[in-house]
Every structure is written in structure tokens, then in C-alpha cells.
Design a binder for this molecule. Sequence first.
Ligand SMILES: CC[C@H](C(=O)O)C(=O)SCCNC(=O)CCNC(=O)[C@H](O)C(C)(C)COP(=O)(O)OP(=O)(O)OC[C@H]1O[C@@H](n2cnc3c(N)ncnc32)[C@H](O)[C@@H]1OP(=O)(O)O
Ligand SMILES: [Co+2]
Length: 148
Amino acid sequence: MTVTLDHVAIATPDLETGSAPYLALGLTPEGPDEEVASQGVRVRAFEVGETLIELLAPTRPDSPIAAFLERRGPGLHHTAYQVADLDAEMARLGAAGARFLSQAPTPGRAGTRVAFLHPKWGAGTLIELVEHPAGEPGAGTEPESAAP
Ligand SMILES: CC[C@H](C(=O)O)C(=O)SCCNC(=O)CCNC(=O)[C@H](O)C(C)(C)COP(=O)(O)OP(=O)(O)OC[C@H]1O[C@@H](n2cnc3c(N)ncnc32)[C@H](O)[C@@H]1OP(=O)(O)O
Ligand SMILES: [Co+2]
């Protein structure tokens, strides 16, 4: 099974501040900012080749990003990998002892289904799995153009 990096997430107090280095590097947002209420975040994604930089700013005090910023300040927050079948991956990894932060997938950016693994399981890194069913375009890729 090939594992694909979906995005690298950065916690920032606000999207304008967080965007500065990526704009200076010549990156451009892949689309409009998105609010994901269930996570209490506003998201801005920059395409970098086949993957994304995902900027996350808190929209409310009880957002996990607000807690992260409070405790650790802005910077690297998590890495995310694409899986074709999230339910199957959660069952497989769960049976092998992996520690998920929720029993079921939760809504992610761009209508995806996502699940997070505890940072202790991730050897100190918060790891997210993002479902991209086989054949669907992944992060940072143009949807397959229809065959001529
Ligand atoms: C819009 C969706 C988007 C997408 O991709 O589609 C997103 O990615 S949304 C991202 C925001 N949502 C989340 O992060 C949800 C999952 N996160 C959580 O449930 C919490 O943030 C959690 C459990 C990872 C940490 O919560 P909290 O800090 O309240 O717990 P602790 O203080 O007990 O921390 C436990 C332990 O983990 C360390 N920690 C916390 N956050 C991170 C992190 N991002 N990376 C690495 N380590 C982290 C923390 O320091 C504690 O370690 P310890 O050694 O005990 O101090
Ligand atoms: Co993410």
C-alpha cells in the first residue's frame, strides 16, 4: 500500500500572520479559506507539489488549536496521510494497539473524513488520517481530466 502525505499542518494565531512565510516563498492559497466548525478552526491551504501546507487558526477559545497555541505557541501541529478506506485503517491500526482520539471519523477540510491518532502513539507527533477513496483526486492534485 503506498502511503501519501496529504498535508503538514501549522498552528497560527491568525491566517494572515501564518501565511507570510509561504507567500514569501512564492506559494499561493489553493482556494478560499474554509471554516470547520466541528474543529473550531479556519483553514488556509497552500499547494506544495502533491501535498499541502494547512494553516490552522482557532475560531473559538475551546478549539484544540487555541489550546495548542496557549501551551506550545505557533508552529508545526500535525502531519496527515491519505488512506483509501478510513474505517478499515482505523480497524486495522486499532487492532494493532493504535490510540485514536475519537472512535469514529470526524469532518475534515474540503468535506473529507478524518481521524487523529494520539501524539503519544505517534512518537511525539499528532498524526491524522484523511480518507481519499481510491480514484478520487488527493491533496494538491488537479482532479483527473476526463479522458479525451
Ligand atoms: C479542519 C480539519 C483539519 C483537517 O486536516 O481536515 C484539521 O487538521 S483540524 C486540527 C485541529 N484538531 C485537532 O487537533 C483534533 C485532535 N487533537 C486533539 O484532540 C488534542 O489537540 C490532543 C488530544 C492531541 C491534545 O489535547 P491537549 O493538549 O488538551 O491534551 P494534553 O495537554 O493532555 O496533551 C497530551 C500530550 O500530547 C501533547 N500534544 C498536544 N498536542 C500535540 C501536538 N499537536 N503534537 C504533539 N504533541 C502534542 C501534549 O504536549 C501532551 O504531552 P505531554 O508529554 O503529556 O506534555
Ligand atoms: Co489536518
